[in-house]
Design a protein around this ligand. Sequence first.
Ligand SMILES: Nc1ncnc2c1ncn2[C@@H]1O[C@H](COP(=O)(O)OP(=O)(O)OP(=O)(O)O)[C@@H](O)[C@H]1O
Ligand SMILES: [Mg+2]
Length: 299
Amino acid sequence: MARAGIDTSRNRRASAAKTGDGSAPAPSSEVRRVVAVEYVRRMRGASQPFLLRCDDGGLYVVKFRNNPQHVRILANELLAASLARLIGLPAPLPAIVEVPAEMLEKSAKLEFQIGSRNEPCLPGAQFGSRYPAGSEALRVVDFLPDRLLRRVPSVESLFIGAYVFDKWTCNCDGRQVIFFRSDEREDRAYSAALIDHGFCFNDGEWNFPDSPIRSFYPRRIVYESVRGLRSFEPYLSRVENLEAREIKECVEAIPGEWCGDAPDEAAHLGERLVERRRRLRQMIIEARDSALRPFPNWE
Ligand SMILES: Nc1ncnc2c1ncn2[C@@H]1O[C@H](COP(=O)(O)OP(=O)(O)OP(=O)(O)O)[C@@H](O)[C@H]1O
Ligand SMILES: [Mg+2]
């Protein structure tokens, strides 16, 4: 248990995370539960998420169980956000969002557009990723030009940490980040948070098809400070030092109905993550030696 004022590893992790919603990373077993109260708008993206206001006053980007991708992307999102926050990476607060059937009846907009037909969203427990402010008086963007990217606080540490995380979890999608700042403070640098973990653990497969050329952010300036394995600290050691129990607690917090036909496979997924902690260094070395030569300043 972390005590106030004492720099335990847990305190260090918590203070390292800037989540953009003012929330300290919660212990994984305490996933926030909220109820959706208002449709706000449709978001872009293949899973066709929606922005919903919830009964805690917050906005959440919500992915539904019957999204056009796979039910397990909800499990992946929750598990990955919990693990990322556990090692001090800035991922938005994840939540289980209860969407009442009455809300779906009232809002015809809560449906998926699949080809020429529309399919209604299911009621019940969905995944929510906290939008970084209570209101939309905030500029949120998916990409920044290099000039602004360089000004993001701790930008290299953030992307190098994300890289370690994506290797560990075998994120089979490109690394995605949101950048946000208040609309009124245009002189201020953007903050960043890691989003979209639906394809960690390889989508619905949960089978970790590792590749040395995967997981790089397309703006390579974020890796310019890499000089050797020590550059991947503190995240490398944080993953390696996670206790099996901590990982297991995150897995156990996943609602069974988000795990598809074989919810028992979630326990195995947790075991694989425990085992993969020890292979991270080798995976980074293999990436260094790959044809991409991603770390030009490695000594
Ligand atoms: N927590 C969040 N706060 C603010 N915006 C968010 C958040 N999560 C997602 N978004 C926005 O919603 C968009 C879609 O989210 P996300 O990428 O997770 O969905 P997706 O279905 O995987 O999309 P794609 O297939 O295009 O990657 C993002 O590009 C981002 O702009
Ligand atoms: Mg995405």
